[in-house]
Every structure is written in structure tokens, then in C-alpha cells.
Design a protein around this ligand. Structure first.
Ligand code: GAL
Length: 449
């Protein structure tokens, strides 16, 4: 693991401890989960996620197949709620948890979403025994362990590593617009990208496809990282921040964000999710889309869930502008609820989610790489093989939209401020207002003084 990754991990772990402490987390670890055992007696297991839509459901279905083969006596109940990034699912889950009706396991992002939320609220149990009995701890990157741990106890099973900072594009649209810049090497800054956008716009196409509101937050994080760089991005999330939310760097990032939004489709706010925006690129109606690599599954998987497009021909990829050598990551994981209804069945699910077979079935279809370090790379696409190399060699930073760097309450405030900004003129005055709101969000989290 590179020193830069270690620095990120220790920064995030410190933030996790501080935030968990603020959240009134228990000081002693609650009762441990049962270790993986042989198949429990006939029962069911209700698994909650947001993997419903095109490009999302295939991976889950493949992991369920492995589960069904290994635990035929347990009925898998799919409680997935549609809506990318969990926009609907998280609200439904919060209601269920408040009502004492937890599913047997749920999707939770590694990082603050798990530690400052479910762990701090004592809604989940530690998984030390499962990690030991399955040997999972030995095959998990050291990068991830602190992001799912508190006081040395792991609290969730990561199934994957996704990359947020991917720029998907249509080679045909770029060619027709006379864009000669190569996205894989030539977008060193957002200005380089905007120059290409001017050509695409002149050719009558949308330059940057944007989807449902949450995708603007996804764009925001990648514009910010591509403008201020990974170290200053990390500095926004330390306690106290070493990057000033009110400073010139963030101001420049917001100016680039406003400009990027000016190149997006005017109907973005009416889009149901991320897929319609990615589809604009697939159809040749837009040149680019900044979206996580779950879009790979959507582009490349066979019908009916995937578009069965040909890589490099019908679509291609680079990292988002200004982020060469940077891997903006997130990780989906699953938890064991406190007071689980079917603890043995949940542990069976978690055992499959942690296993090589489970992860090798899930990830090639999901567009992610394994959380485990020992998956067979031959099972993966060229895209994912490249992502795996970058994961182990790039500077790794954490995603805001997908739960790594900020506690959910803080992230929600940022999302609200971005939504208001999109509804404004997005001029210099609105950018200043957004910056003030971002600084206030940091203060309300207690991270900024
Ligand atoms: C992310 C999640 C991914 C993918 C994406 C789009 O939050 O981690 O696995 O589902 O949302 O829905």
C-alpha cells in the first residue's frame, strides 16, 4: 500500500473516530456476530439494497445464485428499493430501522456512512468472528479495514471497490464534432475539457450528460477533485480541515462546477436516475457522462439489463478531467443488524458476500472490482482489469456522494446546497452563496470551527 493511501486511511480513520465519538457511539463493542457455520435450518434472509435498475441488478442476481447453491435451505428475499445511489432506499431503510423492523442485512457504504451512522447508532454488530473464521481479514486491502472498523472491530463486509471518477464518452460524437483531444491523456484540467465541450456544443450535441439530482453531487466531487487536486480534497474532510472551505481553491472548484453544469442537458432535473444520462452517450446524443463504473455494467452487459455495447467502439472511458493518477473510490458493504431476526441466515449471506466465489460472480457484472485482493483477473473486462491496476497504484481518495468522507447528515446538507445552486442562475453571486452554504455545512457537522 502506498504512503499516500496510508495517509488517506489514517485521515479517514481519525475522522471516523471523532465523528463516531460525537455521535455517542458505545464505548464497548456489543455482542459479536456468530461465526460462519454450516447451513442453518430452513429459514429466510431479507437483503436490502438499491440494486434494481439496468446495470445494477445483474451483479446481485449472480451473487444470489452462489448463495442459493451454498445455502439451499435459506430463502433469499430481495428487498431492493430502486433509485441510484440509494436515494430512495436509504429513506426507506431509516424508517424501517426507526420502527425496529430491520432487514436481515443491508447495503452500506464503507466509510462514514457505516461508521458515523449505523455503528454510532449501535444498529449493527461487529463481525470479528466472521472475519477470522472465513480468513476475510487476510485478503482485504489494508486500505479498507479502517473504513469499516471502530475500535479495531470490523462492522461490515465490503463486496467491491467502485470508481467514481470515470468519464464515459462516445467516440463517434467526438469524431463528428472534430474533437481531436484524447480524453485518456489530454484533459489535464477542466479548461481542457471545456474546450472540447465548445466543439461538441457547436456540433449541436449535449457535451456533458447529467441525470437525476444526486448525479450533480457525483459530478461536484469529481470537478472539485479535478480542480483542487487529491491532497486538497482530502484536506476538506480532516478535523479540522486543512483545506479552507471558504478559500480560493474551493472557489475555483465551484466556478468549474458551474461551467460544467452549463454544458449539461436542460432536462437533467426530469431524469429518473443515472441510466438515462448514460444512455444519452450510448445513443450518440451526448459526448460525455461523469459516472461511477457501475455504468460499465449498463453499457456492456447483455440485454435485457445491459445495452450490450462494444467497448472502445460504441463507448469508451477515461478518468474525469484533472484526475489522471487519482482513484476516487467507494465500496459497497453489508452489515449484521443488532437484534437480527435471522442471525445465522445473515451470517450465511455475509459469508457468501465475503467469499471469493461470491465476489467473482458479483463484480464482473457490476462493473466494480473485488474488495478481496485474490480474485481471478481473467474473469474481468479490460475496463475492470485497468481499474484494478489503478486501485493499487493511483492516489486513492474517498467519495462524498457514496458515503466515504462525510457523515450522512453533513453530506445531505451539501446535497441540499448543490440542489439550490442548480436552481439558481449559477453566476458568481450564486457561487459565493454555495460556498457559504458549504462552509456552514462543515461547521454544522462540527468539523469546521
Ligand atoms: C452507489 C453504489 C453503487 C451503485 C450506484 C448507483 O452508491 O455504491 O453500487 O449502485 O450507487 O446506483
Amino acid at each position: 500500500m502506498s504512503r499516500r493511501v496510508i495517509a488517506l486511511v489514517s485521515m479517514l480513520a481519525t475522522a471516523a473516530m471523532v465523528l463516531a465519538a460525537c455521535g455517542g457511539a458505545a464505548t464497548t463493542a456489543p455482542t459479536q456476530a456468530p461465526a460462519a457455520t454450516s447451513a442453518p435450518a430452513s429459514t429466510s434472509v431479507e437483503i436490502f439494497s438499491w440494486w434494481v435498475g439496468p446495470g445494477e441488478a445483474d451483479g446481485l442476481a449472480a451473487m444470489v445464485k452462489v448463495f442459493n447453491a451454498q445455502y439451499p435451505s435459506i430463502t433469499f428475499v430481495n428487498a431492493a428499493v430502486s433509485g441510484g445511489a440509494g436515494t430512495n432506499a436509504k429513506a426507506v431503510l431509516a424508517t424501517r430501522l426507526a420502527a425496529g423492523d430491520a432487514p436481515d442485512s443491508w447495503q452500506a457504504h464503507a466509510g462514514q456512512e457505516t461508521i458515523a451512522n449505523y455503528v454510532a447508532a449501535n444498529q449493527v454488530l461487529p463481525l470479528d468472528d466472521l472475519f477470522t473464521s472465513t480468513g476475510f481479514a487476510n485478503v482485504l486491502p489494508k486500505t479498507l479495514l479502517p473504513l469499516i472498523s471502530k475500535d479495531g472491530h470490523p462492522y461490515s463486509v465490503p463486496v467491491n471497490i467502485h470508481r467514481s471518477n470515470v468519464l464515459w464518452y462516445s467516440p463517434a460524437v467526438l469524431k463528428a464534432a472534430g474533437v481531436t483531444a484524447n480524453p485518456k491523456t489530454d484533459f489535464k484540467t477542466w479548461d481542457d475539457f471545456f474546450a472540447a465541450c465548445d466543439k461538441v456544443k457547436a456540433a449541436g450535441k449535449t457535451c456533458l450528460a447529467l441525470g437525476a439530482p444526486w448525479t450533480a453531487i457525483h459530478l461536484f466531487e469529481n470537478v472539485m477533485i479535478g480542480t483542487i487536486g487529491p491532497d486538497k480534497w482530502n484536506g476538506l474532510w480532516t478535523t479540522p480541515p486543512t483545506t479552507d472551505w471558504k478559500g480560493a481553491d474551493v472557489q475555483k472548484g465551484l466556478a468549474n462546477f458551474a461551467k460544467a453544469l452549463s454544458y449539461t442537458n436542460s432536462d437533467a432535473s426530469t431524469m429518473s436516475d443515472w441510466q438515462p444520462a448514460s444512455k444519452l452517450v450510448a445513443n450518440g446524443d451526448a459526448a460525455f457522462n461523469v459516472m461511477g463504473d457501475w455504468a460499465y455494467g449498463y453499457f456492456a452487459n447483455p440485454a435485457p439489463n445491459g445495452l450490450a455495447l462494444k467497448p472502445h467502439v460504441d463507448f469508451d472511458w477515461a478518468v474525469s478531467p484533472g484526475t489522471y493518477g487519482v482513484f476516487n473510490f467507494l465500496s459497497d458493504s453489508f452489515v449484521l443488524p443488532a437484534n437480527a431476526k435471522h442471525p445465522d441466515a445473515t451470517v450465511a449471506w455475509l459469508t457468501v458476500a465475503a467469499s471469493k466465489a461470491g465476489q467473482e460472480a458479483f463484480n464482473p457484472l457490476k462493473g466494480s472490482i473485488c474488495a478481496r485482493t485474490d480474485c481471478n483477473q481473467a474473469l474481468f473486462s479490460e475496463y475492470s482489469q485497468d481499474a484494478a491496476k489503478d486501485w493499487s497504484s493511483n492516489q486513492v481518495v474517498g467519495s462524498l456522494m457514496h458515503g466515504v468522507v462525510a457523515a450522512p447528515a453533513w453530506a445531505t446538507k451539501i446535497g441540499t446546497a448543490i440542489g439550490l445552486f442548480q436552481a439558481s442562475k449559477m453566476d458568481a453571486a450564486a457561487q459565493a452563496d454555495l460556498q457559504t452554504a458549504l462552509a456552514a455545512a462543515c461547521a454544522s457537522d462540527g468539523t469546521c470551527k
